[in-house]
Design a protein around this ligand. Structure first.
Ligand SMILES: NC(=O)c1ccc[n+]([C@@H]2O[C@H](COP(=O)([O-])OP(=O)(O)OC[C@H]3O[C@@H](n4cnc5c(N)ncnc54)[C@H](O)[C@@H]3O)[C@@H](O)[C@H]2O)c1
Length: 344
């Protein structure tokens, strides 16, 4: 744990999702008192928290961040030192099909949480040590040409999808709560995460689990879209540092410097499965098919994380090839998790 001030009381929103559950496991393991607030949407999975659910320093509250009274009551009772806000609708394709819930949860829910946090913060004497860390995405910056350029913290926002537009709107709300009310907020903008416990609707687990079922592997367009992949544990390590040691009012970019186009990622998964669980007489690569591109599909994301590295001493520990191999192995060894009755 990067804080020297001993265990803290931490609210994690969205703690039953992919990144949130990794954060809960990390912070509970480090001895902090964690209260996970999660609505348990389709994206949640309570199995992600099996290892900590009975620990005395973990508590779960099923609640919607859009429900002001419920959120206020939880904050009043739990009295957090910090809020780590991850709850969101997070899947771009779903936002294209229906944007309403993205506006509701990502924008209205964030404003609701900010209001509750300000009330709580004021009731505790407006301590300068309180923290509200809003976890956002690099997608708010729009996309880049394939020319080596990077997203910096000063890059103007230019979101493309309803998902990234809703995250951009919530980021602006969070910074305005700092400027207007003085709430000690921080924002992190992270690139694409991967690792164990990720919902199978997302690219890497989607491809692994379809391949294991010998189904086609649908790649958008020509598979040329480039993402900067970061292992979820490296993201959580960054959040840990930003939360306790970041400067209130600041934003920090988080990214692994692992640029890969989608086709290369899918081929990498196929090659790993060819070694780990070979199909009779053919490679998994033969399952790859190309489908009509996603509307408004961003070409390339790439992060400059030098501020986080130089100010807070963060660096990613997982290189992509090893991290991908571990992830493929995890999905192979944990079929119960993704084939289970809760249906992921
Ligand atoms: N996954 C990535 O690659 C990535 C990258 C950068 C930033 N982020 C951000 O990190 C956060 C977490 O992402 P994730 O991939 O873990 O998402 P996820 O979809 O796996 O989990 C989201 C969690 O939020 C909960 N939730 C949704 N609506 C809620 C509501 N109204 N009230 C309470 N809980 C609610 C869900 O039940 C779920 O447990 C999101 O804010 C996302 O924008 C994700």
């Amino acid at each position: 744990m990067s804080t020297d001030a001993g265990p803290k009381r931490l609210i994690v929103t969205g703690g039953s999702g992919f990144i949130g559950s990794s954060a809960c496991r990390n912070f509970v393991g480090a001895g902090h008192m964690v209260c996970n607030i999660d609505k348990l949407t389709y994206a949640a999975n309570t199995d992600n928290l099996r290892t900590i659910e009975n620990m005395p320093n973990y508590r779960f509250e099923q609640a919607d961040i859009c429900n002001r009274a419920q959120i206020l009551a939880i904050l009043d009772d739990f009295k957090p030192d910090a809020v780590l806000h991850l709850a969101a609708e997070s899947h771009v394709d779903r936002s294209i099909a229906d944007a309403d819930v993205f506006v509701q949860t990502n924008v209205v829910g964030t404003v609701n949480l900010l209001n509750a946090a300000v009330d709580h913060w004021r009731s505790c004497g407006s301590s300068p040590d309180f923290r509200f860390l809003h976890v956002s995405t690099d997608e708010v910056y729009g996309d880049l040409e394939d020319d080596g350029s990077l997203f910096h913290e000063t890059t103007p926002y230019n979101p493309s999808s309803p998902y990234s537009a809703s995250k951009a709107a919530s980021d602006f709300m969070v910074s305005s709560w700092h400027r207007t009310y003085g709430l000690p907020v921080l924002i992190s903008n992270c690139s694409n995460n991967y690792g164990p416990f990720q919902n199978v609707e997302k690219l890497i687990p989607h491809m692994i689990t379809r391949a294991l079922g010998h189904k086609s592997l649908p790649v958008y367009g020509k598979g040329a879209n480039i993402r900067d992949w970061l292992h979820v544990d490296d993201h959580v390590a960054a959040l840990d540092l930003i939360l306790w040691n970041g400067r209130p009012g600041e934003r920090y970019n988080v990214g692994g410097g692992n640029e890969r186009n989608n086709l290369r990622v899918v081929e990498g998964i196929c090659d790993l499965l060819d070694e780990l669980q070979p199909m009779k007489g053919k490679s998994y690569r033969t399952l790859i098919t190309f489908i009509a591109d996603r509307p408004g599909h961003d070409l390339r994301y790439a992060i400059d994380a030098s501020k986080l590295m130089s100010e807070l001493g963060w660096s990613p520990r997982h290189d992509f090839d090893t991290g991908l191999a571990h992830t493929v192995t995890w999905y192979l060894q944990n079929r119960w998790w993704w084939e289970g009755p809760t249906g992921r």
